[in-house]
Design a protein around this ligand. Structure first.
Ligand code: GRF
Length: 199
């Protein structure tokens, strides 16, 4: 059984898509055990509360240092028996100890076709602006494993969308978000069903 913690800082639409897939029995071998956010006003926490999923707001600011923050996070993950982490719009880098504790069991979704248009500073609107400025014919979304470098781990699943001549960062973001909601639950299903294992 995949016991998932979803980490997010904002709206939470990818979390909602994963939750829908689980509730509709499309991923029978997974359940959401915890939602974590660094932002107390995040939509993702609200969605968790509405669905009776344990929701945790933890911010580095509340701790003396990075080690204490990592300790608390790891304890919470253990207490909720989490064995898999899905980052969904989480705007903080995970502490190396959290990455090490969940090596090959942390995934992220990125709103472009990695390895291009990724890395530090490439988030939200910046990604779509860069894709349009580069004159790309295609963009898309990527689910990948998380390691110590931004947007760097092995790619698990990608899907393309066409960049139309009239696309703005907003219209492109909307097209990409639609396919994010398709591929993220599907990538998690593959882990849950054992179709994908990284060792
Ligand atoms: C998505 O575009 C995702 O690709 C990126 O952050 C955004 C999160 O959106 N990593 P949401 O909070 O899931 O709606």
């Amino acid at each position: 059984m995949l016991n998932i913690a979803v980490f997010g800082s904002g709206r939470g639409s990818n979390f909602q898509a994963i939750l829908d897939a689980i509730q509709q029995k499309r991923i029978p071998a997974a359940r959401i055990r915890l939602v974590v956010s660094n932002n107390s006003g995040a939509g993702i926490l609200e969605i968790a509360r509405m669905n009776a999923v344990p929701a945790l707001h933890v911010s580095q600011k509340h701790f003396a240092g990075e080690q204490e923050f990592a300790d608390t996070l790891l304890k919470q993950l253990r207490d909720h028996e989490v064995n898999f982490i899905a980052l969904a719009g989480y705007m903080k880098q995970l502490h190396p100890r959290v990455i090490a504790a969940y090596r090959n069991r942390i995934v992220n979704i990125h709103p472009a076709l990695l390895p291009r248009f990724g890395g530090q500073g490439m988030y939200g609107r910046h990604v779509h602006e860069a894709v349009i400025a580069a004159g790309e014919k295609f963009s898309g979304a990527t689910v990948h494993l998380v390691d110590e470098e931004y947007d760097h781990g092995p790619i698990i699943l990608q899907k393309r969308v066409i960049v139309s001549p009239g696309d703005t960062p907003e219209t492109l973001a909307a097209k990409v978000l639609k396919i994010e909601h398709e591929i993220y639950p599907e990538a998690i299903r593959r882990f849950a069903d054992g179709d994908l294992t990284f060792i």
